[in-house]
Ligand binder design. Structure first.
Ligand SMILES: Cc1cc2nc3c(=O)[nH]c(=O)nc-3n(C[C@H](O)[C@H](O)[C@H](O)COP(=O)(O)OP(=O)(O)OC[C@H]3O[C@@H](n4cnc5c(N)ncnc54)[C@H](O)[C@@H]3O)c2cc1C
Length: 453
């Protein structure tokens, strides 16, 4: 098995030649910091509007989570209950519909631009794997319009994918899958003329109408506005550092197993998760494999990324065991690849898209493991904000909860993680969850934080 930070998708998509670093003085209408989907969709939208753009990426565009994720290209429908709680029903529905437009636009963009990102509009299934998790489905189904999210009986769920663990499910037909690195590198290729790589931004200074940005490569940009699209690295940006925490997720990939996929009846291209807090997510690939991910990775201390956040053999081994538990037929089949990456968790589990108080610096972060589709929506919002327009797509929690500083965040977060893992293990075994575990699991809610969706 090859266990690396970058994983299978980037290897499958093929190598890239780095764009030149920024070593000189430059100017642009908008400078974008970060070359994942968020930064690149923003650049794309701004260019469509006729603005001059410079995108600065610390490493290589699309080589962070955007090129390594599970490829679930989702709408926001499963977040409808949280969106209603924060923004009221009307705005919440508008946001979900806009997120559907984004998924469709990604598919259309691939078609129009000739980017073969394996876009497959196969829908998303959430399947409950324990009685205690049925309520998660029911809450979403009660809130969502029936033409967008529909219930699946046990038979209907298992007809789509026959795991013995599935009880019943729900279907979001608007969701899709992509080969994430092909999408990210496809965007990168279309934007190469405005991209500078290996140009890590070390300072952002903003006045009322101008922003000056400096890079470790010796460059400096003057711009009318800046966009921070740095994902988990936002944890290192002082005005935003208390608005997110960073955890990690790992994926294991099987060798081609078309016979198992056929046996499971899993031929509709659906991406699937269970309804756990530390979610299992899984999908098939065009080359007949199963990619199986787990959101139960370790927390990062502060803004410190890399290390076990990206390569964690223990978590990868556990993820493999969970895969076999979900699909016993996989026992004995080879795992060819494992990889991982950071997750930018916002306390409400909802993306945060807005503007800093002291100048034209706009940001998006907090996708909380659901950024492939919503980063396109964020790109639309950020392009509008950076063009001086207001937009209903800019969403920030009305009263953002503060994530504690270190070392409290890592210590408390690690304890809460252990409690959730224990709770979910007990629930799936049909055992009673003890009082201490229940109290530990409830603690974040008392601080206004959602650990689950
Ligand atoms: C293992 C894993 C599985 C996932 N699965 C899914 C999934 O199936 N579906 C889904 O919707 N989401 C999933 N996600 C989350 C999804 O990948 C992210 O939400 C999405 O890629 C975020 O895009 P982004 O552009 O905001 O961030 P990124 O892709 O992280 O891009 C940010 C970029 O900013 C750069 N950067 C940071 N700091 C600086 C600086 N100072 N100067 C210059 N550049 C800087 C980084 O190098 C990076 O390239 C998963 C994530 C992981 C790790």
């Amino acid at each position: 098995m090859v266990h690396t930070a970058h994983g299978y998708w980037l290897a499958e998509a093929g190598p890239v030649t780095p764009a030149p670093a920024l070593e000189e003085e430059a100017s642009a209408d908008v400078v974008i910091i970060g070359g994942g989907y968020t930064g690149m969709w923003t650049a794309w939208q701004l260019r469509e509007r006729g603005a001059s753009v410079l995108l600065l990426e610390g490493e290589l565009c699309g080589h962070g989570p955007s090129g390594r994720n599970g490829g679930f290209c989702e709408t926001l429908w499963t977040h409808l209950p949280s969106l209603v709680e924060r923004f009221g029903r009307e705005r919440a529905l508008e946001l979900c519909l806009a997120s559907g437009e984004s998924v469709r636009s990604i598919g259309a963009w691939c078609e129009e631009e000739g980017v073969d990102a394996w876009f497959t509009p196969g829908g998303y299934v959430m399947a409950s794997t324990a009685p205690a998790h049925d309520a998660v489905l029911d809450e979403i189904l009660a809130a969502a319009p029936g033409d967008r999210v529909r219930p699946l009986s046990a038979e209907e769920t298992r007809a789509r994918c026959d795991s013995p663990r599935f009880r019943r499910g729900l279907l979001v037909a608007d969701d899709a899958t992509v080969q994430p690195a092909r999408l990210a590198l496809g965007l990168r290729a279309k934007l190469l003329d405005v991209i500078r790589e290996r140009s890590r931004v070390t300072a952002v200074r903003s006045g009322p109408r101008e922003v000056v940005v400096e890079t470790a490569s010796g460059g400096r940009v003057r711009a009318g506005a800046a966009v921070l699209a740095m994902n988990a690295a936002t944890r290192g940006v002082p005005p935003l550092r208390h608005r997110l925490s960073v955890t990690s997720s790992h994926i294991v990939l099987t060798e081609p197993v078309p016979d198992v996929i056929e046996d499971l009846g899993w031929t509709g291209g659906e991406c699937i998760t269970d309804a756990r807090t530390f979610v299992h997510y899984f999908r098939t690939t065009r080359d007949g494999r199963i990619a199986f991910g787990w959101g139960g990775g370790r927390l990062a201390a502060g803004a410190r990324l890399h290390g076990k956040v990206e390569v964690d053999p223990e978590v990868a081994t556990e993820t493999h065991a969970h895969l076999v538990d979900m699909f016993p037929q996989i026992e004995g089949r080879a795992i060819t690849h494992a990889w991982g990456g950071p997750i930018d968790v916002s306390p409400s589990h909802l993306p945060q898209i807005g503007t800093l108080d002291d100048g034209p610096v706009h940001y998006a972060f907090g996708f909380t493991g659901n950024g492939v589709g919503p980063s396109h929506l964020a790109g639309r919002a950020l392009a509008a904000l950076a063009s001086g327009e207001s937009t209903d797509l800019a969403v920030t929690d009305p009263n953002p909860v503060r994530v504690p500083g270190e070392p409290l965040a890592i210590t408390g977060g690690t304890l809460v993680r252990r409690a959730f893992l224990r709770k979910e293990r007990l629930e799936e075994a049909g055992a009673r969850v003890d009082l201490v575990t229940r109290a530990a699991v409830a603690a974040p809610r008392a601080l206004g934080m959602h650990v689950a969706r």
